[in-house]
Design a protein around this ligand. Structure first.
Ligand code: C2E
Ligand code: MG
Ligand code: MG
Length: 694
């Protein structure tokens, strides 16, 4: 393979280069020989062909200027041509004959042959690979930098001796490091800056020393800075070929996360309104108290406190007002207990007091103190009123040895206080065995009720309803009575709720309705007509044939509908307002009168009532009992009366026991009342004997 055989221009020297060809062919680098006079290639080795992208022979005869890629090259060969340069080593590019350029290191030396033509040996080292590697390295360095800068963590890379090798801007920002310090790469100053920024530099340095010593240690620490920032630092060893060469420290700002966690921690253990411990924290403290009690055999007490009629305050005066009252209650309870004791708010108006190392005397003293603290009148805005509480007490270990058990017992004691008339405290007392034997359990009551209805043991008593000014009887309320041969007299307050639960209230209610309507018809027949008011339970009211049933009962007794009034509870209106409306309209159409019983204890508002064909409101007796002195009761009663009157409703007060109560009601504009002041409910005979003439 020589120049001639490929039609390349013959070299002036002919075969003068033959020995050289053999020499350059054995070389690994690309080499070509250039005739010094013509500056044309006279010989090229295989590697030169590969470099230039052609067969080696095709290079022969080409002018070097054709193969030069840069202006410097052109100058160089010009100088060579002018005899100004003899040898050179440079980095340049050559033009590949199949397109593109290749980076090369080129060494050129001039050879002057004795008696022969001078030529240049041009040796070229292809740097394409190295070039590619460098580019790739640059690209990955750029990637690395972009990655470093795009993370939200501050990154600091050091070598094993702690010298800074790399960092990102976030690192500088988190540590608040001045720019110039980083720019000038004052490593010591940067490290000292970091040391001075942390709140506990001693611990910080000791920890750093540990990390330095253990090159393969992965460590995670929390650093608190004077600036208030809290950083999480993770130190990870950096290795190449499995050997550690330095460390990567990443810093994450966890200030907010930590604050949020602390907030959650506080929230999950305290009541949001009062800031008192909540049920969870109380449970924890009781667990601790139980452990101590077990070890030292010391008793402690749980006092379960429920505010009396707080719901009315909330309903009538609004939740904001209610919240303010709760806050003050919490404050007063807190001030009335010992520092070591805990008061927690469970929910709404329920508080629990944990009295440590307290026997019954201690628990009683605590209950008295709390009740005393609540006794002072509460003043909110223009209103002054009293708040009372019912407190149930359970003693550890007699009443229970677990949180749940003690709570249950204390709560049931509190409920007993409520039943007995509120505003007092009571210890949990196990039921006497005898009472259990009598077992007024639900099942037993239900069974006895069914028998009572079948055997005609229910009776009705009638309580007069009186015009407040004249004292004239305008109607009567039918109230059921039951004496069981075994259980004795059982009040409706006890068995009606059970009947409502079991559904037996429906047949009982039908019996009451029929009986009361019959009585009204009898009164009418005797020439002394009296209206009857009949209590109707929600379940009974919701029965599909209820309205028809009422019409039938009236027809069969021959009583005009206007002599019958049905006393409904607010819950009837709230359950299915649409359905309730249709029934109420049908009843009103019949001519039956409708009243809302126990008004004020439910959730309906007066404005809401306006939509229904209701004629009368009966103010619940729990509001009447505090009259006229309790300012909260007085305010509520006055509000109900004046708003009720504005809606053209007739207002009746129940449970009126004193003249003062009646006078207050009369002055406030109440139309009617019923209560022990005038008369309790009486059987028909007693009623006639007492009021026959009126
Ligand atoms: P209620 O309908 O609010 O009846 C008024 C209750 O207050 C009656 O209790 C009555 O005896 C009592 N009372 C009347 N005047 C006074 C007073 O001056 N002071 C006090 N402290 N109490 C007074 P009773 O008869 O024990 O009935 C309790 C509840 O049982 C009734 O409350 C009513 O909700 C229900 N109930 C009674 N009879 C029936 C009935 O036939 N059907 C239905 N569904 N429920 C009934
Ligand atoms: Mg009633
Ligand atoms: Mg009532």
């Amino acid at each position: 393979m020589n120049a001639r055989s490929h039609g390349a221009p013959p070299s002036p020297e002919g075969d003068a280069f033959a020995p050289w060809r053999a020499v350059i062919e054995s070389m690994l680098h690309a080499v070509w020989l250039v005739d010094a006079a013509s500056l044309r290639v006279v010989a090229a080795n295989h590697a030169a062909g590969t470099l230039m992208g052609v067969r080696a022979a095709e290079l022969v005869g080409r002018g070097v200027l054709d193969l030069a890629a840069t202006p410097e090259d052109l100058c160089f060969w010009d100088e060579v041509a002018g005899g100004l340069a003899e040898s050179i080593e440079s980095e340049t590019f050559v033009c590949r004959l199949n397109g593109g350029t290749a980076p090369v290191t080129r060494r050129i030396s001039r050879v002057d042959q004795v008696g022969g033509a001078a030529f240049y040996v041009v040796a070229l080292h292809d740097r394409s690979e190295q070039f590619r590697a460098e580019r790739a390295l640059e690209a990955s360095a750029a990637d690395l930098r972009a990655t470093l800068e795009s993370t939200d963590d501050g990154i600091l890379v050091t070598d094993l001796s702690g010298r800074i090798r790399n960092f990102n801007r976030r690192f500088a920002a988190l540590w608040n490091i001045p720019d110039e310090m980083l720019m000038r790469r004052e490593d010591d100053a940067v490290l000292e800056w970091m040391r001075r920024s942390v709140i506990e530099p001693g611990t910080y340095m000791r920890r750093l020393a540990t990390i330095d010593d253990a090159t393969m240690l992965q460590a995670s620490d929390v650093l608190k800075l004077h600036s208030g920032t809290v950083l999480e630092r993770v130190a990870t060893p950096q290795c190449t070929s499995g050997r550690p060469i330095g460390r990567v420290f990443s810093f994450r700002d966890i200030t907010e996360k930590l604050e949020a966690r602390e907030r959650i921690q506080v929230l999950s253990y305290t009541d949001a309104l009062t800031g008192l411990p909540n049920r969870r924290l109380l449970a924890d403290r009781v667990e601790v108290a139980l452990a101590v009690a077990k070890r030292d055999s010391t008793p402690f007490a749980l006092l379960f406190l429920n505010l009396d009629r707080f719901k009315h305050i909330n309903e009538t005066l609004g939740h904001t007002f209610g919240d303010r009252v709760l806050l003050e209650v919490a404050e007063r309870i807190k001030c009335s207990i010992r520092q070591v004791d805990t008061v927690a708010r469970l929910s709404g108006d329920e508080f629990v007091l944990l009295a440590h190392q307290a026997d019954e005397n201690g628990a009683e003293a605590a209950a008295w103190r709390v009740m005393e603290a609540l006794k002072r009148p509460f003043n909110q805005g223009d209103l002054s009123f009293t708040v009372t509480a019912s407190i149930g007490i359970a003693m550890q270990p007699n009443d229970g040895t677990s949180f749940d058990e003690l709570m249950r017992r204390a709560e049931s004691a509190m409920r007993e206080v409520k039943h007995a008339g509120r505003a007092a405290f009571r210890f949990h007392r196990p039921r006497p065995a005898q009472a259990d034997a009598r077992s007024r359990s639900r099942m037993h009551l239900d069974h006895a009720m069914r028998q009572a209805l079948a055997q005609g043991r229910f009776r009705l008593h009638y309580q007069p309803q009186v015009e407040i000014g004249s004292g004239k009887i305008v109607g009567t309320e039918a109230l059921i009575r039951w004496r069981d041969p075994e259980l004795g007299e059982i009040s409706p307050g006890e068995f009606i709720p059970v009947a409502e639960e079991t559904g037996f209230i429906v047949p009982i209610g039908e019996w009451v309705l029929r009986q009361a309507v019959k009585q009204a018809a009898a009164w009418q027949a005797s020439g002394r007509p009296r209206a009857v008011s009949v209590n109707v339970s929600a379940l009974q009211f919701q029965q599909p044939g209820f309205v028809d049933g009422v019409a039938t009962v009236l027809r069969e007794a021959g009583l005009a509908a206007e002599w019958l009034e049905l006393e409904l509870t607010e819950s009837i209106l709230l359950q299915d307002a649409q359905d309730a409306m249709l029934r109420l309209q049908a009843l009103a159409q019949l001519g039956v009168k409708l009243a809302i019983d126990d008004f004020g204890t439910g959730y309906s508002s007066l404005a809401y009532l306006k939509r229904f064909p209701i004629g009368r409101l009966k103010i619940d007796r729990s509001f009447i009992s505090g009259l006229p002195l309790d300012e909260s009761d007085a305010g509520i009663v006055r509000a109900i009366i004046s708003m009720g009157r504005a809606l053209r409703l007739e207002i009746i007060a129940e449970g009126v026991e004193t003249v003062a109560q009646r006078d207050f009601l009369q002055e406030a504009g109440c139309h009617l009342f019923q209560g022990f002041l005038f008369s309790p409910a009486l059987d028909v005979m007693a009623f006639e004997a007492k009021f026959g003439a009126s």
